[in-house]
Ligand binder design. Structure first.
Ligand code: PGA
Length: 256
């Protein structure tokens, strides 16, 4: 049984004081929900403050990006070692990184390796554009991104995958739960082909793209979907708490 995960990707939102405020709103409620991995991913500059606030709670911390070198003359970059000092998770290869910052499959792959090396758990994002979806190329694109991301990796321990169709991100137009389940099943099948049955059974695969308190249960109830990567709705404490609760309830139902 894979433990569900709900990860909140705050993106480039919240000042440090706003981040502190949001964590204060979330902390108690989130801490009371069991059977779900609850991860928040604030901007870099808030990580240290947030870490102090969630100490002793069951809330986990993630970063939104890393550079692939451990240290050195890379002005403005943040290294995996720095993040590993504060966080357990890091989002890698988000479509916004690919789209606005020219991150290629090769860069994503380097970042994943760099994260695993320092025992950070990467949340690796893959997903197709609207025109690719409409042209029936979802399978080809997602498989290509996945294989490029994982190239040369011998093991997947700790790695999490997020399927995020680009046309569903921040648009209010989520994929249907059935569509998402199908593509996630396909990703799992690729993991089986590339690694093993055990790896495919163990790897957690999330859906992301316009997940809200109104639709979370539909996704989480799908057999292949292990949780959600939540953008916009993770900035609202009530919404995020509701999504996490729904994941816990779905899991209790499935195991009960
Ligand atoms: P959204 O973003 O929930 O705002 O659509 C999801 C993501 O980009 O991770």
């Amino acid at each position: 049984m894979r433990l569900p995960m709900i990860a909140g990707n705050w993106k480039m939102n919240t000042t440090v004081s706003e981040a502190i405020e949001l964590v204060n709103e979330l902390r108690q409620g989130l801490d009371q929900i069991d059977n779900v991995d609850k991860v928040i991913c604030p901007p870099f500059i808030s990580l240290a403050a947030v870490r102090e606030l969630i100490k002793g709670s069951s809330i986990k911390l993630g970063a939104q990006n890393i550079y692939f070198e451990e240290k050195g003359a890379y002005t403005g970059e943040i290294s995996p070692l720095m993040i590993a000092d504060l966080c357990e998770f890091v989002i890698i290869g988000h479509s916004e990184r690919r789209q606005y910052f020219n991150e290629t499959g090769e860069i994503t792959n380097k970042k994943i390796r760099a994260a695993l090396k320092v025992k950070l758990q990467p949340i690796v994002c893959v997903g197709e554009k609207l025109e690719e979806n409409e042209a029936g190329r979802t399978e080809e694109i997602v498989t290509g991104q996945l294989r490029a991301s994982l190239a040369g990796l011998d093991y997947l321990t700790g790695l999490i995958i997020a399927y995020e169709p680009i046309w569903a991100i921040g648009t209010g137009k989520a994929a249907t739960a059935k569509q998402a389940n199908e593509t996630i099943g396909l990703i799992r099948h690729n993991i089986f082909e590339l690694y093993s049955k055990r790896a495919a059974q163990n790897v957690r695969i999330l859906y992301g793209g316009s997940v809200t308190a109104a639709n979370a249960t539909e996704f989480i109830n799908q057999p292949e979907i292990d949780g959600a990567l939540v953008g916009g709705a993770s900035l609202r404490a009530n919404q995020f708490l509701s999504i996490v609760k729904q994941a816990a309830e779905a899991k209790n139902r499935l195991s009960g």
